[in-house]
Design a protein around this ligand. Sequence first.
Ligand SMILES: [Zn+2]
Length: 129
Amino acid sequence: MKLSKNFTLAELCATSTGVENIPTEEVIKNLTYLVEGVLQPLRDVYGKPITVNSGYRCEALNKRVGGARTSQHMTGQAVDITTMTKDGNQELFAILEGMKFDQLIDEKNMSWIHVSLKADGNRNQRLRL
Ligand SMILES: [Zn+2]
């Protein structure tokens, strides 16, 4: 199922862990909001493919990968993305800084980027972890 021109529900829920990671209707709604509000607009500006490392994580999957206890990945409001290069990720980060988001995180010196978006109450928080 396509969520937008360049992103599918399957890639937003993919995992290599073998954990059954099935999104609820609510999660699909949040993922759609995230893709339409951030991911696809970012892809359109960047103009090249963006790889999704991790989108939705059910509780078991989040635990398995050592995610934060209150991770927004568990509600489908967050996604980890990469261009496969630090320079590319730097570029993504700069584009994202001009967009609406809840949290924007530079993970491990641009190894990947975490970005989240909520329907309302976005904190516009930038972090480097
Ligand atoms: Zn993340």
